[in-house]
Design a protein around this ligand. Structure first.
Ligand code: SF4
Ligand code: SF4
Length: 55
């Protein structure tokens, strides 16, 4: 998963992640790829469609 420039830093995705793999770093969401299980919950919950699956 990756976060694009549409991220506003709202923080909603942080609470969506069951693995606690997302942190806000300087008003942008950052996903820890080691912890992420690719469940896509964060992408579904992001109101700005800023999170995407890796190609
Ligand atoms: S929910 Fe979307 S806009 Fe909000 S912090 Fe997460 S990635 Fe950024
Ligand atoms: S895909 Fe799932 S595990 Fe990975 S960061 Fe998003 S909510 Fe967390």
């Amino acid at each position: 998963m990756y976060v694009d420039d549409n991220c506003t830093g709202c923080g909603i995705c942080v609470g969506s992640c069951p693995m606690e793999a997302i942190a806000l770093v300087e008003v942008k969401a950052v996903i820890d790829k080691e912890m992420c299980i690719e469940c896509t919950a964060c992408a579904y919950d992001c109101p700005f469609e800023a999170i995407h699956e890796d190609d």
